[in-house]
Write a protein that binds this ligand. Structure first.
Ligand code: NAD
Ligand code: LMR
Length: 345
């Protein structure tokens, strides 16, 4: 039930943040890496969303142009575009990042380099680990209560990096940090619907584990009414696990999934905004978890006013799925530990 949202309240209560508590209900989204392949269409979707009142676009290049462009769209949100402030002596805070983040309810982070053919997501670690660390240090300083949604790869390591940074700053709240695995759910829904001749909007596959190769595990045994042979099940599972590679190969050196990821990142962020203002939303996310021996794990999570409200029990896996879970565990734990060590060593 990963993309399902259930409204339990149709009245929009005031946000309880700062001075807005009793007066207005403004929802602010910050996109870090907003001029990139994901960042631009993600910012566009946020600009179109009725859930967003303030949109802040931050990148090391291009955001004044992105924001000026978006600001001509007649939707209700204001649009801000900021670059890092020029380095001054003595160095003060990064005013551009500060303005972007202050008052943010949700921070979405697609900043970082994408894969080229032949690379694994882990090959991005050396570059993206530092980018995520720096940006999350900014979140710790300027919006410690915001929900942080990490898209930058390798997600299995960048989410633990974010957690360690927040811990060091004394502001870590496991309810307010998640890795975005929604694209895996989108792919699983699309592939299984195509295989059955269904409309993808009627399918909602649970995808658990992490976000890299065999650490991605779609639970197709739970899809009511689906019929496939063992070979078809294997093909669907592997295609979901390596859907990212399919796009990287097709883009032939020009990057990885951007449009489908922008859609998936937007679905995730909009669901979080709905939850923060009082709707109950369940969606898959990579969060700190005690469901398995891995300290972070993607599974269906209930979001509410405080962010992650409840990690739902995993329930029974089929024998086929259990095999994959056992196989992924050493790899997932290793990638998580690599992120933790990056901040602490
Ligand atoms: P891109 O190169 O098109 O865009 C990345 C943007 O990040 C660029 O505009 C760049 O200027 C910006 N950036 C770099 N360093 C920055 C910093 N310190 N502060 C702010 N911005 C900075 O790449 P993309 O295709 O948008 O992909 C971005 C990341 O998302 C990659 O790491 C990719 O692997 C990942 N990704 C994740 C998923 C997922 O499912 N979680 C899906 C697709 C891509
Ligand atoms: C994806 O799943 O498309 C992303 O993680 C990007 C990639 O490198 O595959």
């Amino acid at each position: 039930n990963c993309l399902a949202t259930k409204a339990i309240s149709t009245i929009r209560p005031a946000f309880t943040r700062g001075i807005h508590a009793t007066t207005t209900s403004t929802a602010k989204v910050a996109v870090l890496g907003a001029a990139g392949g994901i960042g631009q269409p993600l910012s566009l979707l946020c600009k179109l969303s009725p859930e967003v009142d303030e949109l802040s676009c931050y990148d090391i290049v291009g955001t004044p142009g992105v924001a000026a462009d978006l600001s001509h769209i007649p939707s209700k949100s204001s649009t801000l575009g900021r670059l890092p402030s020029p380095v001054k002596w003595p160095m003060g805070p990064n005013e551009g990042l500060k303005e972007t983040l202050e008052g943010a309810d949700v921070v979405v982070i697609p900043a970082g380099v994408p894969r080229k053919p032949g690379m694994t997501r882990d090959d991005l670690f050396n570059t993206n680990a530092s980018i995520v660390k720096t940006l999350v240090e900014g979140c710790a300083q300027f919006c410690p209560d915001a929900m942080i949604a990490v898209i930058s790869n390798p997600v299995n390591s960048t989410v633990p990096i974010a957690a360690e940074v927040l811990k060091k700053a004394g502001v870590y709240n496991p309810k307010k940090l998640a890795g975005v695995t929604t694209l895996d759910v989108c792919r699983a829904n699309t592939f299984v619907a195509n295989s059955q001749g269904w409309d993808p909007k009627d399918v909602d596959v649970t995808v658990i584990g992490g976000h890299a190769g065999i650490t991605i595990l779609p639970l197709f045994s739970r899809v009511n009414g689906a019929k496939f042979t063992d070979e078809e099940l294997e093909a669907l599972t592997v295609r979901t696990q390596f859907g990212g590679d399919e796009v990287v190969a097709a883009k032939a050196g020009a990057g990885s999934a951007t449009l489908s990821m922008a859609y998936a990142g937007f679905v995730f962020a909009e669901n979080v905004l709905k939850a923060l203002r009082g709707e109950e939303v369940t969606q898959c996310a990579f969060v700190e978890s005690s469901l398995t021996e891995a300290p972070y794990f993607a599974s269906p999570v209930k979001f509410g006013k405080n962010g992650v409200e409840e990690i739902l029990p995993l329930g029974e896996l089929s024998a086929y799925e259990k095999q994959w879970l056992d196989k992924m565990m050493p790899e997932l734990k290793k990638q998580i530990q690599k992120g933790i060590d990056f901040v602490n060593k």
